[in-house]
Design a protein around this ligand. Sequence first.
Ligand SMILES: Cc1cc2nc3c(=O)[nH]c(=O)nc-3n(C[C@H](O)[C@H](O)[C@H](O)COP(=O)(O)OP(=O)(O)OC[C@H]3O[C@@H](n4cnc5c(N)ncnc54)[C@H](O)[C@@H]3O)c2cc1C
Length: 314
Amino acid sequence: MSRYAFVVQITVVGAGVIGLTTALALEEHGHTVRVVAAATGPQTTSDVAGAVWFPYRAGPPDKVAIWAGHTRGWLEQLSADPTTGIDLLIGYEITNDEGMDPPRPWWAAAIDVSRAPAPVTGSPLAWKFAAPRVEPSRFLPWLTARLRSPIEIRAVTDLDAEPGDLVINCAGLGARELAPDDLLYPLFGQIVLTAPGGVDLGVTVTDHRDPETIFYVIPRRTELVLGGISRPWPPGLPPERDADVSRRILEQAAALGIPVGETLRERVGLRPYRLEVRLERVGRVIHNYGHGGAGFTLCRGCAESVVALAELRA
Ligand SMILES: Cc1cc2nc3c(=O)[nH]c(=O)nc-3n(C[C@H](O)[C@H](O)[C@H](O)COP(=O)(O)OP(=O)(O)OC[C@H]3O[C@@H](n4cnc5c(N)ncnc54)[C@H](O)[C@@H]3O)c2cc1C
């Protein structure tokens, strides 16, 4: 039964990391939730993600720093349970910032970061921080299993026609048509998964200094995720693997002296990018989409903001 004087029946549209986390947070606050999604698990963008905590390609910076801080604490807590697929790694972001005492990066407003040499050959100083890393193929089912009702598999065409006191739009890129919203557009991403080779599975390294050749290595429990690429993609078209991108990523790993193992597979996905995450209430619809390259980094903080909006009396 709801803890509130008013009964709130809620439909959440979308079962990626944003929809599932939002649904769980609403249930934890006593609300009655049903999740409707066109696709789940491996068919979602969320399943393709790295997915390490790092605020990448998401705005606005002030809100992102807060949402990311809240999410980080939640992921750290969940990492105590191995079935979540979350582990705490040590993260390094290679930067051009000079010396040992440059201004802190904007995304580190609420977290501990320090300066340290990055653990790759020839790299300059980096920002070092604790980096929760999620394995989507474990975490998405873990979230789903915590919901009280099974997900209803169905495409939604009209948010206003969905039942409930409130409808939460967590449709990711699907919000382009559903909202509708031309400010939301796809950013292509591609990763290469390899065997661990000789890489330290406790350390993740990111280098975004050149947007044309971004590079990261994100260890999972039994494999490595290597990236990356971020380029605008024509709306409406499915993502297509680019062999040159994978070749370039593997060459960068070799040039940095990272001893990756054999290539296992490649995956592609489209980040739901918007200059600013849309998190607002319009009548009985609450929008929560446009998390770009940071859905795992922002999911719980944004879910808490949705709960606050849901509990505002209209
Ligand atoms: C290569 C790559 C690497 C990434 N690495 C990271 C990382 O390291 N860290 C990080 O934080 N983020 C990372 N991201 C970004 C992250 O994957 C996204 O921000 C996140 O997955 C967005 O989640 P979402 O739930 O909004 O969207 P999605 O996962 O796309 O889910 C959308 C859901 O809405 C449903 N839906 C859509 N339209 C409709 C409709 N009309 N009716 C019903 N259901 C609908 C879909 O079926 C799906 O269930 C990465 C992304 C890529 C591509």
